[in-house]
Design a protein around this ligand. Structure first.
Ligand code: 4AD
Ligand code: MG
Length: 464
């Protein structure tokens, strides 16, 4: 007999076939005519499989009539055409085996709608709900589309280290990795921590970005991308920040900033098109439950060209807006969420690629423009979520880079190898980082980034 997922059993072609289906009961209804309906879900799709459990089953009274939400079952039966409008098929059970009971007194997922706040406290179970099941499937398709996009564009998938000694963003917001006994930290004579006794013989951290190592590989292989978890120890308790998030980082030799903007725009359009094609059920669910404009928004993005605007022009627009922002606008200040939202939601009503930011608010590795005041940075901003991509052309001139590193107070000796890339066959090159969870938030309309990753890590929270 076939072992089918619910998705397979729901296909109209399945009618007439016998199969085994396994999953978790969502609901049970008993009909007066002496049989029961079970709704079973296994996460393979949004829809449930409706099971008809006849009273003639040997365990009908003893077990089937006691099934409740959360119980796991294995069902053997025949797929029939369903008279219902909601689904093409249903299954008539010959045999129902209860794999695991779920005490209805303590099983926390009851039929009523639960708040996202509550569901975060049961993150180990929330993927059994429609919303979090849909998020998981959309996340899967997004990752698939990302790989497909870069592979089609001729990129080589690389792996950059998770443990590193360098602070890519120079922001100092890193988690330290150590095997030193924190109760009795070894000290050198001057009183400072003696890192020669630590595992790597030096201070090490979880990476904030794979960019620096990706640059080394791009300067050998041409076009590469790394895709992995990154870590930020910023104390940002916002709906857009995680302490652990996933980032896709393409890095391209011989790319100028404009090439990089083109790539980022193609990248986003490719993955949104893929989502609309591969996840129609989930996207319709998000349209109905989360954001009524979500499908329209994504479709419009596929058809439109992103606005490209220099930071200086953006400041002029913000100053001329007549708005009183909470954070005052001035050339040289970083843009806050409210400014990004004004530009993307009110002024342009479109994604915006902002470029040429002031050198003082961007990391050391960005290429200095001839004006001496701005760097070749680019951020892709979208309505509601704000920045989803951050990137730049890299400083490829040894002297200028060294100067910038000193200016920003970096420990030059840690970056000797990075500087070497400018000593030996330096080339213009560029790259960006796409925040997977930010993109997922934008694509689904989910308001809080904690709800688009299965087990969120945020300040004060590492449960599960
Ligand atoms: O702008 P960021 O900090 O850029 C970099 O790390 C570069 N080294 C990337 C590169 O050029 N290779 O981060 C890139 C993206 C942001 O645009 C945002 O989407 C996401 O990563 N991001 C976060 N997502 C969730 N939580 C956080 N705390 C994030 N910080 C950045
Ligand atoms: Mg950024």
């Amino acid at each position: 007999m076939h072992k089918w997922t619910v998705a397979q059993a729901r296909r109209p072609e399945a009618v007439g076939q016998e199969a085994i289906v396994q999953g978790w009961v969502r609901t049970r209804r008993d009909s007066k005519a002496g049989f029961s309906f079970l709704e079973v879900n296994d996460g393979s799709c949004l829809g449930n499989l409706q099971i008809i459990a006849p009273a003639s089953l040997p365990n009908y009274q003893s077990e089937v009539r006691h099934l409740t939400a959360g119980c796991s079952v294995r069902i053997e039966g025949q797929i029939k055409a369903s008279p219902g409008k909601e689904q093409a098929t249903e299954m008539e059970a010959y045999k129902i085996i209860v794999l695991g009971w779920a005490d209805p007194e303590s099983y926390p997922l009851q039929k009523k709608q639960h708040s996202f706040e509550f569901l975060r406290t049961i993150a180990h179970l929330r993927s059994r709900t429609n919303t979090f099941g849909a998020i998981a499937r959309v996340r899967n398709q997004l990752c698939w589309a990302i790989h497909e996009f870069f592979q089609k564009e001729g990129f080589i998938y690389i792996h950059t280290p998770i443990i590193t000694a360098s602070d890519c963003e120079g922001a100092g917001a890193m988690f330290q990795v150590t095997t030193l006994n924190l109760e009795v930290v070894p000290r050198s004579e001057g009183g400072s921590v003696d890192y020669s006794q630590d595992f790597f013989g030096r201070p090490t951290y979880l990476t904030v970005s794979g960019q620096l190592e990706a640059e080394a590989l791009a300067c050998a292989l041409g076009k590469v991308y790394t895709f992995g978890p990154t870590f930020r120890a910023e104390n940002s308790n916002t709906p857009r920040h995680l302490a652990e998030f996933w980032m896709v980082e393409p890095e391209m030799a011989f790319f100028e900033l404009e090439d990089t903007m083109d790539l980022a725009e193609r990248n986003l359009k490719y993955i949104f098109r893929h989502l609309l094609e591969k996840c129609p059920e989930e996207m319709e669910f998000f349209r109905q439950r989360i954001d009524p404009t979500i499908i329209e928004t994504l479709q419009k993005i596929l058809e439109s060209q992103f606005i490209r605007l220099s930071y200086t022009e953006a400041i002029e627009i913000l100053l001329a807006s007549g708005r009183s922002f909470e954070f005052p606008v001035a050339w040289g200040k970083d843009l806050q969420a409210e400014h990004e939202r004004y530009l993307t939601e009110q002024y342009f009503k479109s994604p915006v690629i902002l470029y040429n930011y002031p050198r003082t608010i961007k990391p050391f590795y960005m290429k200095l423009n001839d004006d001496g005041r701005t760097v070749r940075a680019m951020d892709v901003l979208v309505p509601k979520v704000g920045e989803i991509i951050g990137g730049s052309q890299r400083e490829d001139r040894y002297d200028v880079l060294l100067e910038r590193m000193k200016e920003q107070g970096l420990k030059i000796e840690n970056y000797w190898w990075y500087l070497d890339l400018r000593r030996f066959g330096t080339v213009p090159h560029s790259g960006y980082g796409l925040g997977l969870e930010r993109v997922l938030q934008f694509a689904t309309g989910m308001a809080n980034i904690r709800d688009v990753i299965p087990f969120p890590r945020t300040p004060g929270n590492a449960e599960f």
